[in-house]
Design a protein around this ligand. Structure first.
Ligand code: NAD
Length: 485
């Protein structure tokens, strides 16, 4: 057990008070870098979700509901400043808990601060409209909070996902109940403490840890919740949407992806190369928008392959606190899943173009897999169709733009795509024809893109978070028609 976490991880936050969960039971958090016990968290259940939702309802009627939009924004700005002040510690916690190299974890802490800054600044800039209408009337719209919003968050980017969903929801005046993933809770718990330090009124943010099928399911289906924001797997997303449908409340589903980068022969390959690999191995490939398919035009295919091979061979894998290129996967379960895909590649005739070496002295019990570049599979192969959620990329050649587009759009997912070309017309044409939520031209990821609406189509989900658009998602529109003469 790491005694240096600095706060009691076994408590949940309800109505401004930290307390034990109803069952009194605890769940273990494991350090994926070495398999050691890291901490324990409360195993919250439906009873805890009930009191958390009630506390959120009270907050809407109480001090939180009384704040002006500007005052809400100021609290978020204070939270942002505190997150930045504590960024090193937050990064350390995330590295221990998720296994991501320290630099990547610190970038997530900075992104969390930036989300809070963005939404803090935007809180009092969301306006309704007046509508030209029948003579003798004035018609207008008001943007109002949904009420109680549920936030069910995965383990891969806890800080960023809390920033983009809880940040936007609070800015609009909702009261939140947050359910982090059972695999990684430390920064969610630390964030809730920061919110208290910043003076966020009691009950505006409640946090219940626990299992997805217990606390998560209770929250998604709770009759007192007016909006559910879910980031996670397609299968659980369907359960969430079904549960929310019973209460007729809206959901935002941010699900998986099999995102392509399309590299044309006229691309600036020197610029593209680092993006091609980094977008596949960042966070050990456990990124919803990971560029897991690299589609390359045939004349430059061999050159791109060789350069990616060199980069893969140089990748350094190790414990998160060693701050190398790639850390462990989140859990032994995820490790086995990804290893299953590598076995499939071996047995299915795929070419393992390159594998990063795993050092002999990796800690026993750590959840490591060798980052792997696969070639020689066609676009219909399972490795090219299914989300692997590990450091595995497939490289596939194409002949022309039409074929590249068909391949890019030819999976069940539609989250993100990247296009590398010097041909401006082609770039714009593809930006319109790619069936996904974000297209990056001659870049990929745009450094996180806090300001840029994000979300998917098809099995990648629906609804948008990030950017100003999230503020519309976390509010509802009321129309007022006034007859005055
Ligand atoms: P998951 O769906 O198993 O879990 C996500 C969250 O849902 C966790 O908090 C979990 O406790 C909770 N949960 C699990 N079962 C539940 C249930 N029955 N009812 C309510 N809540 C439940 O996903 P995961 O394996 O933790 O995360 C990986 C997946 O998330 C990948 O598919 C990835 O692409 C996706 N993801 C998407 C984005 C995005 O922004 N689009 C970001 C990160 C991860």
């Amino acid at each position: 057990m790491d005694g240096s976490i600095g706060f009691d991880t076994r408590l949940i936050l309800v109505g401004g008070s930290w307390r034990a969960c109803d069952s009194g039971q605890l769940l273990p958090l494991v350090n994926p870098s070495d398999g050691s016990a890291l901490a324990q968290i409360a195993r919250g259940t439906a009873a805890d979700v009930d009191v958390a939702v009630a506390a959120a309802q009270d907050a809407l009627q109480g001090a939180w509901g009384q704040l002006t939009a500007t005052e809400r924004g100021r609290v978020l700005l204070k939270m942002s400043a505190l997150v930045l002040e504590q960024a090193d510690e937050l990064a350390r916690l995330e590295a221990l808990d998720v296994g991501k190299p320290l630099k990547q974890a610190r970038a997530d802490a900075v992104a969390l601060a930036r989300y809070l800054e963005f939404y803090g600044g935007a809180a009092d800039k969301v306006m309704g409209e007046t509508i030209p209408f029948i003579n003798g009337y004035t018609a207008l719209t008001l943007r109002e909070p949904h009420g109680v919003t549920a936030h069910i968050v995965p383990w891969n980017y806890p800080m960023q996902i809390i920033g983009r969903s809880v940040g936007a929801a609070l800015a609009m005046g909702n009261a939140c109940v947050l359910k982090p993933a059972e695999e990684a809770c430390l920064t969610a718990l630390a964030f809730a403490r920061i919110a208290q330090q910043a003076g966020l009124p009691a009950g505006a943010l409640n946090l219940v840890t626990g299992l997805g099928e217990e606390a998560g399911a209770a929250l998604a289906g709770h009759a007192g919740v007016q909006h559910v924001s879910f980031t996670g797997s397609v299968a659980v997303g369907a359960l969430i949407q079904t549960a929310a449908a019973r209460n007729a409340v809206p959901v935002t589903l941010e699900l998986g992806g099999k995102s392509p980068q399309l590299v044309f022969a006229d691309a600036d390959l020197d610029t593209a190369l680092p993006f091609l690999v980094n977008a596949g191995i960042q966070n050990a490939g456990q990124t919803c928008s990971a560029a897991s398919r690299i589609l390359v035009q045939r004349p430059v295919f061999e050159g791109v392959l060789q350069r990616m091979v060199q980069r893969y061979r140089a990748l350094r894998v190790g414990p998160a606190l060693h701050d190398l290129d790639v850390g462990p996967l989140i859990s032994a379960r995820q490790q086995a899943l990804v290893q299953g895909y590598l076995d499939l590649a071996h047995s299915g005739g795929a070419m393992m173009a390159a594998q990063a070496p795993l050092p002999a002295d990796l800690p026993q019990g750590g959840c490591y897999v060798a980052p792997t570049l696969v070639a020689g599979v066609d676009a219909q192969h399972r490795l090219a169709q299914e989300e692997i959620f590990g450091p595995v990329q497939v490289l596939i050649p194409f002949d022309d733009e039409a074929q590249a587009l068909a391949m890019a759009n030819g999976t069940a997912f539609g989250l993100v795509a990247g296009v590398w070309t010097r041909d401006g017309s082609r770039a714009l044409r593809l930006a319109r024809k790619l069936h996904c939520g974000q297209v990056f031209i001659n870049n990929y990821g745009a450094g996180g893109g806090i300001e840029l609406p994000f979300g998917g189509v098809k099995h990648s989900g629906h609804g948008r978070e990030k950017g100003f658009e999230a503020l519309y998602g976390f509010s509802t529109l009321k129309t007022v028609a006034i007859k005055h003469d």
